[in-house]
Design a binder for this molecule. Structure first.
Ligand SMILES: Cc1cc2nc3c(=O)[nH]c(=O)nc-3n(C[C@H](O)[C@H](O)[C@H](O)COP(=O)(O)O)c2cc1C
Length: 217
């Protein structure tokens, strides 16, 4: 029995999808809302760039209990991603809270279902940026960002980091790394996104959109 109803079959007809070449897909998973807030800030950054639009999507939870399935539309947040979202985007911002220094299983599960896109080289040459939220300051921000790069590199995507020309990268007292945007949510998930973290999310979205537009030109 399948644990998930809402993933596209591997036989999705990739070559029939409509190409929407001005959109950045902002794809995230979030349990407590911090990564979702970051996704919205990154989307704001994307939309600050003339000619770029953001498409927000999420992935469903995974569960060891396979008898129940999630509703087709999430109770809150963005719609569930479909493989055609990846095909249609000109770039990708990918975010997950850390799980023991790695991306969350729900996000990994989604990428494990993208073999058809890999075979068709659909994502080759598209730029991608990463973001994460962690409970603690040194609880695996960089490793989580790096873990999300791995499937994207296999797909042939071009990784976009945060450049040190962004002043908050050196002044931040919490999240923000050259590998991507990050947020320290606190062990009780009660820390608001700081001004520096917020600016870096927006900057990452704008930086990614500018590079995507150049690559797509
Ligand atoms: C199973 C599990 C493992 C976690 N592992 C870590 C960890 O290794 N380091 C850390 O700082 N936070 C860890 N956390 C905390 C989450 O990453 C943190 O709550 C996150 O910021 C929440 O993001 P969200 O609000 O988008 O769900 C873990 C949480 C869970 C449930």
């Amino acid at each position: 029995m399948s644990c998930k109803l809402f993933r596209m079959a591997e036989s999705f007809p990739y070559n029939q999808a409509m190409i929407t070449d001005k959109e950045i897909l902002v794809l995230y998973y979030s349990q407590h809302g911090a990564t979702r807030q970051m996704a919205r800030l990154i989307a704001r950054g994307v939309e600050q760039v003339d000619g770029a639009r953001a498409r927000l999507r999420t992935v469903a939870k995974v569960s060891a209990v396979c008898e129940s399935t999630e509703p087709g539309i999430p109770d809150s947040g963005a719609p569930y991603v479909e493989l055609r979202d990846l095909e249609e985007c000109m770039g990708l911002a990918l975010g997950s809270p850390t799980r023991f220094g790695n991306m969350a299983a729900a996000m990994k599960y989604f990428w494990d279902g993208t073999g058809g896109l890999w075979m068709n080289h659909t994502l080759v040459g598209k730029p991608a940026a990463l973001f994460t939220s962690t409970g603690t300051m040194h609880g695996g921000q960089e490793s989580t960002l790096l873990s999300m790069m791995l499937p994207l590199l296999h797909h042939g995507m071009v990784i976009v980091g945060l450049p040190y020309s962004q002043p908050e990268l050196t002044s931040t007292q919490s999240g923000g790394t050259p590998y991507g945007a990050s947020h320290v949510a606190g062990i009780a998930n009660d820390r608001a996104i700081s001004d520096a973290e917020k600016k870096l999310c927006i900057a990452l979205g704008a930086h990614l959109a500018r590079i995507a537009l150049k690559l797509a030109a």
